[in-house]
Design a protein around this ligand. Sequence first.
Ligand SMILES: [Cu+2]
Length: 120
Amino acid sequence: MKDDMRFHSSNFNVKQGETIRFVAKNSGKVKHEMVLGTENDLKDHYEVMKKNPEMEHADDNMVTVAPGKSGEIIWQFTRAGKVDFACLQPGHFDAGMKGLVNVAASKLPPKSDGHNDHKH
Ligand SMILES: [Cu+2]
């Protein structure tokens, strides 16, 4: 993450079911963060952040990284499709600080929950 408001790796391809460890390095001089979510989640969250710029937030799907530091997110992608990520620091999202994870559908059948594979 750099102060040009970009993730310098902003496109990832993963497979459904994979657990990925993202290491987000802040090479800039201001605070950046990486937040995973749907586009709507990110926009909603961004509006809250704009009103409360010093809001402390910490969830499994996000990491806030001080200048010169690194942080990580460990996330399992259980559904195929697209997952967005962005920096929600005020101004950064608007400047285009975002990226995309493409989750390819797994060819394996979904795991049985134990109810569908036997007959009564
Ligand atoms: Cu940022």
